[in-house]
Design a protein around this ligand. Structure first.
Ligand code: HT7
Ligand code: ZN
Length: 859
């Protein structure tokens, strides 16, 4: 496989002035006619027109209407030497969507034709310059059987439609905004439409349509409301209006990722559209809102202003994640969302940044771009935008984004261009800040403090360090915004949030006129994606946990105390942790007194997950972490059983179901409490969980009960899982949950369970959601059994990767991820993980997707 380098970028040799595509959808084949008007690009280096194309049979090629034979096809490219300054090229080819199991290009999901062109799927549809800096105006004609495929959609506005002979029909779509081919989309199927409208800030009416399979219409209202909220939010917060007359969303069951932002024809995984209290959890409702927002926001950040090349992927993804995070924060509880986002960053992105696959937010090289849709590009990328927002302040940041949209609407640009807009609008020099885009790895920020009673001054010293990562050593210091507050010994805030800018390797800040030693609240709101090491005492943390005005740092103080407690138990299983246990009692009492936000209390009562704890240890032994964590949970239960039971009872479901932040907070709190109460997995625990299930009137409570029963050896476990399956077997997204909730069980017979699930009639290796529900759930959310000392967990994943390599390389490559941090584990586990990776690497006919991640992991 060939490595592609950022340094080799050159502008496209030809511009595509206009693209006319015609699709004839026939049984067993699709005929694609592509007619493209090309003009020589004066900035282009070469005179040859080089078109990308894969998995298709060329039927004919013509230039200006005359058959052309003077071209070569090799290694997925058609080359036409020196075709002239301006000409029309017509290529007719044949593809087979029904045989397309990779789910890239044009494929079928349960009979519905749909497309996925990002990043390089368009080349599976027709020969074209498949790169994001070639922007063109598309007109698309679709022809198909009218009865089987009554709905025929593409980007833009409907221009024409009509009936044809033999029961066929057609539509013609025109998208007036030039776009790269990765934003092209087509859908043809027998789908139901849910319709609404939105009136934009200048009074234009936009039709909003969500297409789903018959029977799913009643599960679309949350997605539709979320879409309208997104459109309004983008107008209010960024001044961005939607430009077309129509916005379509289509939900399909077979999809490699969550959703795709194709201009005016978003295609979604059903998991991120359908939501109803009976079938979706609170977390599903939140994801639908967030992803509907994310795809809608791409309309400006990605579509109207797009990427010059795929090394700039974070230009659109990092910015759009930041936008969707802020959208959700404005609509819900800001502190809760920040906690959940940071938890996810630490659990998934920090390990990536410390692995052999660590890469910068603007990478320098890749083999398969689809392997770079990573937590680093998306979530660390969003943190980079957040830091710029923090450094500039909301008002100047908005000026900078206005400048960005004005300057680059209709252009394909780079991350450098974005940061330059931030610099130009603020008058600041952000050249040091740009190093965040180029240097991989999570920096460590050490902070030490000194109080001088005589001078009444307080000094904080910051030391930053950057870890070596593959291909990068001796890194330079970064520009780090550190949001800081100071509290006095009584917990009163004496310095409200103030942003310090740490730019040197070592830097001190002195605060004067302080009559007593303050307690610092450092990195409020997690103002930079760093590993923070402080000299705060347990008492300092306890003060912050109670009094900090920053919701994130209040939670963070409690988590740091929990982490220290678990580490103490890991070092000495008999360690005295009574102070920590007593502190948890205070939190429970607060809950019983009805003080504070329930969603925040739920998070405060949840111990850090095994994956997060592992990040703070030199060598990861999941079983040892689990033993210590479980011991702490058991001590909490034993000390506070009555109070916890009372807190559970006080938060019982009364009244009708709703998804307000308050209602979700109450359910989350009940879940956190039930998890502690059922931690010993005895008969009483099982009865409690079963009672929770029996009382449930919504999916969140049912899933809570199943999660608390999952590890249990009591008979209620089988009863409840059987009832759940019987009730929901006709709802694929709920059957996914049934698979996952069993795959995450930390119990002896797990490997038999996994074998049973793998051969279950509902398992389908070709459906990515089902594959994730079994394999990803197991490998990510069952750390103890995935890292079983026998190596059986790794073997289970290894076999699936090998099987999927030939079916769906993108999904196969993603499944390698849990193995890539092998060097962080104990020597015995390392050996098994390495052997699993090697077995995959030794597989014949390895796709370039899997080859890239496995070979880099082993390096
Ligand atoms: N921009 C979209 C990316 C995407 C994708 C990438 C590779 C393979 C399949 C894919 N489906 C969607 C998703 C997003 O970030 O909005
Ligand atoms: Zn995106």
């Amino acid at each position: 496989p060939k490595t592609i380098y950022l340094k080799d970028y050159t502008p496209a040799p030809y511009l595509a002035k206009q693209v006319n595509l015609s699709f004839n959808l026939l049984p067993g084949k699709t005929i694609v006619t592509s007619e493209v008007k090309y003009v020589k690009n004066s900035a282009g280096a070469s005179h040859d027109l080089v078109l990308d194309g894969e998995d298709q049979t060329i039927l004919s090629v013509a230039k200006n209407g005359q058959p052309l034979s003077d071209y070569t096809v090799a290694d997925g490219q058609m080359t036409i030497a020196n075709p002239g300054d301006e000409f029309t090229l017509t290529i007719i080819s044949e593809i087979d969507p029904a045989a397309n199991t990779a789910l890239e290009g044009l494929y079928q999901s349960q009979g519905t034709y749909c497309t996925q062109c990002e990043a390089e799927g368009f080349r599976r549809i027709t020969y074209y310059q498949d790169r994001p800096d070639v922007l063109s105006v598309f007109t698309v004609r679709i022809e198909a059987d009218a009865k089987a495929y009554p709905v025929l959609l593409s980007n833009g506005n409907l221009q024409d439609s009509g009936k044809l002979a033999d029961g066929r029909h057609y539509t013609v779509w025109h998208d007036p905004f030039p776009k790269p081919c990765y934003l092209f989309a087509l859908v043809a199927g027998d789908l139901e439409r849910v319709a609404d409208t939105f009136t934009t800030m200048t009074g234009r009416k936009v039709d909003l349509h969500i297409y789903v399979r018959s029977g799913d219409e009643s599960q679309c209202s949350h997605a539709m409301e979320s879409l309208k909220k997104s459109m309004k939010w983008d107008e209010e917060v960024y001044g961005r209006e939607y430009q077309l007359e129509l916005f379509n969303i289509v939900a399909v069951s077979d999809f490699n990722m969550g959703a795709m932002e194709n201009t005016s024809l978003n295609i979604f995984n059903t998991a991120l559209v359908l939501a109803h209290q009976e079938t979706a959890t609170d977390s599903d409702f939140m994801s639908v809102e967030g992803v509907i927002g994310h795809e809608y926001f791409h309309n400006w950040t990605g579509n109207r202003v797009t990427c010059r090349d795929w090394f700039q992927l974070s230009l659109k993804e990092g910015f759009t994640v930041f936008r969707d995070q802020e959208f959700s924060a404005d609509l819900n509880s800001r502190a809760v969302l920040r906690i959940d986002d940071v938890n996810s960053l630490r659990r998934l992105q920090f390990p990536e940044d410390g692995s052999p696959l660590a890469h910068s937010v603007q990478p320098d090289q890749f083999i398969e771009i689809s392997n770079f849709y990573t937590k680093t590009i998306y979530d660390k990328g969003a943190e980079l935008i957040r830091m710029q927002h923090t450094l500039l302040g909301a008002e100047t940041f908005r000026k900078a984004t206005d400048l960005y949209f004005d300057r680059y609407d209709g252009h394909a640009v780079t991350c450098d261009d974005f940061v330059q807009c931030m610099a130009d609008a603020s008058g600041r020099d952000l050249s040091q800040f740009f190093r965040w885009y180029k240097q991989a790895g999570t920096p460590t920020l050490q902070v030490s403090s000194q109080y001088d009673a005589a001078q009444q001054s307080y000094t904080l010293t910051f030391r930053q360090s950057q870890p070596d990562t593959p291909g990068q050593t001796d890194k330079q210091s970064l520009h780090i915004p550190v949001a800081l507050g100071l509290l006095d010994a009584n917990g009163k805030e004496i310095l409200p949030t103030h942003v310090l800018e740490v730019t040197a390797r070592e830097q001190t800040f002195t605060f004067i006129d302080l009559p007593g030693k303050p307690v610092p609240s450092i990195l409020r709101g997690f103002s930079a994606p760093v590993k923070l090491e402080t000299d705060l005492s347990d008492d300092d943390l306890r003060l912050l946990q109670v009094h900090d005005t920053d919701g994130f740092n209040k939670w963070e103080a409690g988590q740091t105390l929990a982490l220290r407690t678990i580490q103490r138990v890991m070092a000495d299983s008999q360690a005295d942790i009574s102070q920590f246990i007593a502190d948890v009692g205070i939190l429970i009492e607060q809950g019983l007194a009805g003080r504070g936000d329930k969603a925040l209390l739920a998070r405060a009562l949840s111990l850090p997950m095994i994956g997060v704890i592992g990040q703070y240890l030199p060598v990861i032994d999941p079983a040892a972490i689990d033993a210590a964590r479980t011991s702490v949970l058991k001590q909490i239960k034993s000390a506070h059983k009555e109070a916890l039971a009372a807190l559970y009872d006080a938060n019982r479901n009364t009244g009708s179901f709703s998804i307000t932040p308050e209602a979700m907070g109450r359910r989350a709190l009940q879940h956190a409490v039930l998890e502690i109460l059922t931690t010993t997995n005895g008969t009483g625990c099982a009865s409690r969980s079963k009672a929770h299930y029996d009382a449930a009137d919504n999916m969140t409570d049912r899933v809570t009960a199943l999660a608390c029963l999952s590890d249990s050896g009591q008979p209620q476990r089988a009863e409840v899982f059987a009832d759940f399956y019987a009730r929901f077997k006709n709802y694929p997204l709920v059957v996914d949950k049934w698979f996952s909730l069993q795959a995450i069980a930390n119990r002896e017979q797990i490997f038999n369970d996994l074998a049973m699930l793998r051969s279950h009639p509902d398992f389908n290796i070709k459906n990515p959601n089902r594959v994730r529900s079994l394999y990803t759930a197991f490998a990510i959310n069952n750390p103890v059994k995935f890292h079983d000392p026998s190596g059986k967990g790794y073997a289970f994943l290894r076999d699936a990767i090998i099987e999927l390599n030939a079916i769906n390389p993108q999904i196969a490559a993603r499944m390698v991820m849990p193995l890539r941090e092998w060097k962080r584990y104990t020597p015995a586990l390392q050996a098994h993980m390495k052997a699993a990776l090697q077995a995959v690497l030794d597989t014949p006919d390895l796709s370039s997707d899997v080859f890239e991640v496995v070979s880099k992991s082993l390096n």
